[in-house]
Design a binder for this molecule. Sequence first.
Ligand code: SF4
Length: 231
Amino acid sequence: MTGCDDLRERVIACRRCPRLVNYREHVRIRSGKDSGEIFWRKPVPGYGDLSGKLMILGLAPAASGGNRTGRVFTGDRSAQFLVSALYEAGFASQPFSVSSDDGLHYSGAYVTAAVKCAPPDNKPLRDELHNCTEYLSQEITCMSNVSAILALGQFAYGALVSLYREEYGSSKFPGFENGGHVDVHGVRIFMSYHPSPRNVNTGKLRREAFVGLLYEIRHYLSSNRSTTNNL
Ligand code: SF4
């Protein structure tokens, strides 16, 4: 089966990357969060509105986030930053994302990651990204209205560049630039630093700038402009 209806189930059942399967099933986290809590420990599928126009693409689930809670960008500090900003810009129903049953819904947006399993040190290997790109490709296909993708960080942007090069022969992508964008095959790819605690705590990624970018994306999506500079 390769349809959209069973995409979530196929992702969750995947065991294609032995290193990541071992890590996701055995990793421990330092905080007290793991005391008595049953971790998800499976691939973390995307979550949100597949009929929306915006995809938000992260790197991979965190050991203390998606691998623990079972929902992408849920239960860690990256999620806290991202979802509160999405709420302010009108894409999320509430300003927090703490557990898979907390009631969060996205409106017009679908959130996922380039690699669906938590990797050691948040660093997937090239082969692991390659293995998982099939699911990202299917997610983009299933988002029949997608007009914009927000790549959170250089890794996510690189995953999109590889995918579009491989599937459409697209070329001439610019390098990653925080706040930049590129148009490719009817989709505008926006770029932002990843909302990791390191980027946020050092001031590399500031909330005002990130929310501003979300409003820029919202304006783009509502302006009915079509992308003309398809690489
Ligand atoms: S990273 Fe992707 S391809 Fe690899 S095991 Fe997880 S879901 Fe499967």
